[in-house]
Design a protein around this ligand. Structure first.
Ligand code: HEC
Ligand code: HEC
Length: 451
């Protein structure tokens, strides 16, 4: 513990002695978030950030030029898509208005997992990305990463967040489109590599746009010719953008941790006491961002087609990355920053409300059995609707999930649940929700940013 944090805690405990008993906190709290928790101290070079901003919003980074990162991680929807399970390329419109497209262009299926929010992923401690943690980083040596690209892994990636950015653009249903629809979808041939031809396809488009070449040159002094632009430059710029744009560490809880004892009401302090005390939430939602960066099975209902859209419609979770059967249906503990605004919740977006997902934790097995499927938010289309709840209704799959559940019943009164939820609301950083300012009016490809 550094001296300044110690002093901070000391001054807080002195201040607390004059408060009412409901406001006194007995357990141990995380230390406050600081700049050096983030890559580049949270302040990446402006030219790299600006390039990343354009690439994040530019639909040229999709096979059919119809979807960008911002479609599913929308700045107006707290960096999510507001849906339980989203719709990838081919869909139209954003958030709850999103459709599955129509005619020949209609999407072949739903995305198998819920699109998570992107808050604070530029903090070094986020070493596992995606719900099953298939992308792995190293908090001390950020450039040492493991990503599922095999020998095609590019050199020079800054960190795991950059590594992650290589994959949505190379996913058929998320961003590429189907064979026969565009040159990128058609570029994958046996013996040609699984990723490189795709990445090269995007680079070819980018290198042909003078405004992009200038932005890459400004961000990376070693780029002089269009051919010097590599996929790692793209990925590192996206990560720089995400690091700064989606930093969220000025909530009332942060202010409290930095010594602002008045930042929380007595009810919120009671909720904080429960979270870090009797309710045991911090045994998994620990640390500065309310996550242990580990994987747990909490008997979440499985809805939708699952990530591989094949029978059985199960999501094996961490098993996919670790190959250990004991990791079945374990998912990454989500960070709870801005959680009041990032609904729906869970790896398949099964719960529509914050209270719903919190109550699920209190009696997970009972909740799994009594899950109300009508709360799932998915753009409707009859052939997709047919399979949405087959996984959930498969009793043997449900039993398999339940067997591995780690949560014991945790009886809390309604007043306690209400206090916990009040505390979760204090994790909202209002400025980080107001992201309209990030949306460019134009991007270098000239493709419309809005739908
Ligand atoms: C079609 C919707 C869609 C698009 C487009 C999309 N994403 Fe995602 N994103 C998701 C889903 C779903 C996941 C969870 C995947 C999983 O766990 O298997 C995810 C996961 C992530 C994560 C990991 C978050 C975490 O907490 O583990 C990051 C970072 C991310 N996306 C960034 C991006 C970037 C950058 C782009 C553009 C290059 C992008 N996404 C495009 C839906 C999308
Ligand atoms: C055993 C570890 C564990 C404990 C204890 C735990 N959680 Fe969770 N929590 C998780 C995991 C893992 C998920 C995601 C599971 C999934 O999607 O399958 C989650 C999801 C959540 C979500 C949804 C977040 C999102 O973005 O989808 C909220 C809210 C939440 N937990 C709050 C709490 C509260 C409040 C407590 C204390 C009452 C608590 N959790 C206790 C592991 C835990």
């Amino acid at each position: 513990m550094t001296r300044s944090i110690k002093n901070n805690l000391l001054s807080r405990s002195i201040a607390l002695t004059v408060l009412t008993s409901a406001q006194v906190f007995a357990g141990s709290l995380p230390s406050p978030v600081i700049d050096s928790d983030y890559y580049d101290n949270g302040d990446p070079a402006p030219a790299k950030y600006e390039l990343g901003r354009m690439l994040f919003f530019d639909k040229i980074m999709s096979g059919n030029r119809n979807i960008s990162c911002a479609t599913c991680h929308n700045p107006l929807l707290a960096t999510t898509d507001g849906l339980s399970l989203g719709i990838g390329e081919g869909g139209r419109f954003i958030g709850p208005y999103r459709t599955t497209g129509s005619g020949d262009d209609a999407v072949p299926g739903r995305i198998g997992r819920h699109a998570p929010h992107l808050y604070n992923l530029g903090a070094r401690e986020f070493i596992h990305l995606n719900w099953q943690g298939i992308m792995e980083g190293n908090a001390d040596k950020p450039s040492e990463i493991s990503i599922p690209a095999g020998p095609e892994k590019p050199d020079g990636l800054d960190n795991v967040l950059a590594g992650q950015a290589l994959f949505p653009i190379a996913n058929i249903n998320e961003m590429i489109g189907q064979r026969g629809e565009n040159e990128i979808a058609d570029s994958v041939r046996p013996g040609n590599g699984r990723f490189r031809p795709i990445w090269e396809g995007y680079l070819k488009r980018i290198r042909a746009i003078p405004e992009y070449v200038e932005l890459f040159q400004a961000a990376y002094p070693n780029i002089s010719l269009p051919d010097d632009i590599k996929i790692a430059h793209y990925a590192n710029a996206i990560a720089a953008f995400e690091t700064r744009a989606f930093r969220a560490d000025n909530s009332r809880f942060d202010q409290y941790l930095r010594g602002g004892v008045d930042a929380l009401s007595p009810k919120e302090v009671e909720g904080m006491n429960l979270f870090y005390g009797a309710a045991g939430c911090d045994s998994c939602h620990s640390g500065k961002f309310q996550t242990d960066h580990s994987f747990h099975n909490i008997a979440m209902p499985q809805i939708g087609p699952g990530p591989e859209a094949r029978m059985p419609l199960e999501d094996r979770g961490r098993t996919e990355a670790s190959r250990e059967q004991s990791d079945f249906a374990k998912f990454k503990t989500p960070s709870l920053r801005n959680v009041a605004h990032t609904a729906p919740y869970g790896h398949s977006g099964a719960f529509a409300t914050l209270e719903g997902v919190v109550r699920h934790h209190l009696n997970a097995l009972e909740s799994l059995d009594n899950y109300d499927t009508s709360q799932a938010l998915m753009p409707s289309r009859s052939d997709l609707d047919e399979i949405d709840f087959q996984g959930y209704e498969d009793v043997s799959l449900r039993d398999k999930i339940a067997q591995n559940n780690e949560l014991r019943p945790n009886p809390l009164s309604d007043a306690e649940v209400s206090a916990l939820i009040a505390f979760l609301h204090t994790l909202t950083d209002t400025d980080s929700l107001n992201l309209r300012k990030l949306i460019p009016s134009q991007v270098p490809s000239g493709i419309a940013v809005s739908d």
